[in-house]
Design a protein around this ligand. Sequence first.
Ligand code: G6P
Length: 608
Amino acid sequence: MCGIVGAIARRNVSKILIEGLSRLEYRGYDSSGIAINNGNGVFAHRAVGKVQALKDKFSIEPLDGKLGIAHTRWATHGKPTEANAHPHFSGDHLALVHNGIIENHEPLRRDLKAKGYQFKSETDTEVIVHLIDDALKTEPDLLRAVQKTLAKLEGAFAIAVVSSSDEERFIAARKGSPLVVGVGIEENFVASDQLALLHVTDQFIFLEEGDVVEVARDAVTIYDQSGAVQDRPISVFNHNVDATDKGEFRHYMMKEIYEQPKVIAACLEGRISESKVLTSCFGADSGFLKEVENVHIVACGTSYHAGLVAKYWLEDLAGVPCSVEVASEYRYRKVAVPKNTLFLTLSQSGETADTLAALRMAKTLAYLTTLAICNVPSSTLVRESALTLLTNAGAEIGVASTKAFTTQLTALLITSVAIAVENGLSAEKEKALVQAMRSLPSYVNAALQEDAHIKKIADRFANKHHALFLGRGAMFPIALEGSLKLKEISYIHAEAYPAGELKHGPLALVDENMPIITMVPHNDMLDKLKSNLQEVAARGGELYVFADKDTELNNEKNITFTEVPKVERILEPIVHTIPLQLLSYHVAVVKGTDVDQPRNLAKSVTVE
Ligand code: G6P
């Protein structure tokens, strides 16, 4: 995913920009570049591959100046080449970096070509810089030319622009992609992420959607979408939550649970607009979406559970048959591949031996193509798959996967909707789904508010030896994931069942020593699930119900109620995951087990 850094200072900014890019590397990228206004004009270096390649260019040919913009690019429109790397120029006087996707770039490009503009790259970005140049012909003020241009753009973007005729400021803007302002003393900055600027400041202004910002050495002026000047507050970065340590948290697992609103937002970033899934997130070749008639999902552990949820989404939204299988089984059997089947792997690490072996086998079979949903951009799985959708969860250190799982679900939801659109999903339905997705980070945040309550009930699990998790529909895989979390870190034996299977066996286990954990969203399965709860209560089972208020469930004898936010049905599996993560975490803490490194388990299983 692309990253932006911009700086204006009384000192040379090239080192500040390079360090900023290094700090954005975790986002995943394939090329990088920097443009500097050194007083004699705007000059740039670009390089394919790691930021180190760009550093090498700077050491051969230094480029110093007190104003500059920088970028790490993750290719969408056009291959990762030097020509496609940002900054993009109009003439030699105007340079721009961009994060996001301009949906209407094709008609804009046609108009600009008709006006005589020549394009040097295949990117959607290049239209923006030429549009600004065109606007400057009638509106010589850079700020106003940028504002005029932004009104013509559809899609998601954050941008930063420098001009050779403006040594005292640069202009930046955001709509749909993140951008923060870093405030220094006689120097100011912008970046896609606070982490990119922590070496120069800890004071930040969070821009709002549609904001345009004029960044000078001594002043930062923010204009909202209507052009009115706005005074946005400065926040001081809490160094306790630096990505590289546990910060205020006792364990990485808890830190990662709390990061979920942020990383889910990062996973959605640049992949949805106000009303659409932006299919270019699958790379330049998203044409495969039209052809998908079947999906085979293969993964291990928690990633496999994410795949099980996607089956519900794909068959419900897209009407596309989907099968989900653990990689260690898939790789050792003869697989029948229906025509036009997408082979989809899920993996946090991208290094899991069975998943890699499954991919290699799949590549010898007649699949339509291979898509990896993965958290590690440089992993083998990503390198060996034809297509990739990165989850952007950042480094996950706790062995029990939490944020990797919910971002996998987010990426799977994007994929399911994209396939559904090609299978006749109406624009209206797509818009409703996309708008629901936009609320996801705040829903997850609301679910985290039950932490203190869950901590209290965790005490009651300390002496239990078994637990049963029940769910129906897409909540069944969440029951599986909840039971896996509990067993992984608290060593309590836990099983998950579809609630309708209760009478076919597990009911025999139910007595007053058996906690039964159930996820009960208010949907069309509610009444059936309530009957299952009665069956358990009648046998003295101790029920822990995670439900939204509309279910009218409450604390009763043998029933402990935990509120989960009411959300759109499609989001229920993601939001209901949060309390189960918190429950397993607190139970493990009460039991005193090694939360982050549970016995016998590894984070990345690189052997069979
Ligand atoms: C190990 C980890 C799990 C993970 C599984 C699959 O078992 O402990 O948390 O779900 O591997 O890993 P992957 O990296 O492929 O998602």
